[in-house]
Design a protein around this ligand. Structure first.
Ligand code: MG
Length: 174
């Protein structure tokens, strides 16, 4: 039986992951409209990953006999002043998600819910990766500056990103 406090926090996290998906889809659509197909592709993959994060939490709540409550997804921005601004927004957002995961981890410890704490380990590592990737792209874009050719090359590189089903969902499918 899932502690009601943990269940509420997991439902908040599910909503946050869907909001993340919505944010990155908005960025993808922004870059589609600007003709940056590679950036758009990168954010479309990010969109799918965030949906997968929500699904991992959904599957977990179900596996514990809990109740998933799907809350409304708040609105997201529509425009970013530059690719750099979008990745700075991405990093800032992922830092907030990291804090949420850490709070959830602390709550699981407080409630002696070690199953939930264990489930969160993958997300703790995932957040390190999310922040590192966003920071890396911010650094690249700062080097790129106003160089159109360098941005074109980065866009081409980001066009190659493909979606891989995250490990916890692969396990669930077996
Ligand atoms: Mg996420």
């Amino acid at each position: 039986m899932l502690n009601p406090k943990i269940q509420d926090a997991l439902n908040e996290q599910i909503n946050a992951e869907f909001w993340s998906a919505y944010l990155y889809l908005a960025m993808a659509m922004h870059f589609e409209s600007k003709g940056n197909a590679g950036l758009a592709n990168w954010f479309r993959v990010q969109f799918k990953e965030e949906q997968a994060h929500a699904e991992i939490f959904i599957n977990y709540v179900v596996s514990r006999g809990g109740r998933v409550v799907l809350k409304p997804i708040a609105g997201v921005p529509e425009e970013w002043s530059s690719p750099l601004a979008a990745f700075e927004n991405t990093l800032e957002h992922e830092q907030k998600v990291t804090a949420m995961i850490n709070n959830l981890y602390a709550l699981a410890e407080e409630c002696h819910d070690y199953a939930t704490r264990g489930k969160l380990d993958w997300f703790v590592s995932e957040q390190v990766e999310e922040e590192e990737t966003a920071q890396g792209l911010i650094d690249r874009l700062k080097l790129t500056g106003d160089d159109g050719l360098a941005l074109y090359m980065l866009d081409t590189e980001l066009a190659a990103r493909t979606y891989n089903v995250p490990a916890p969902l692969q396990t669930a499918a077996q």
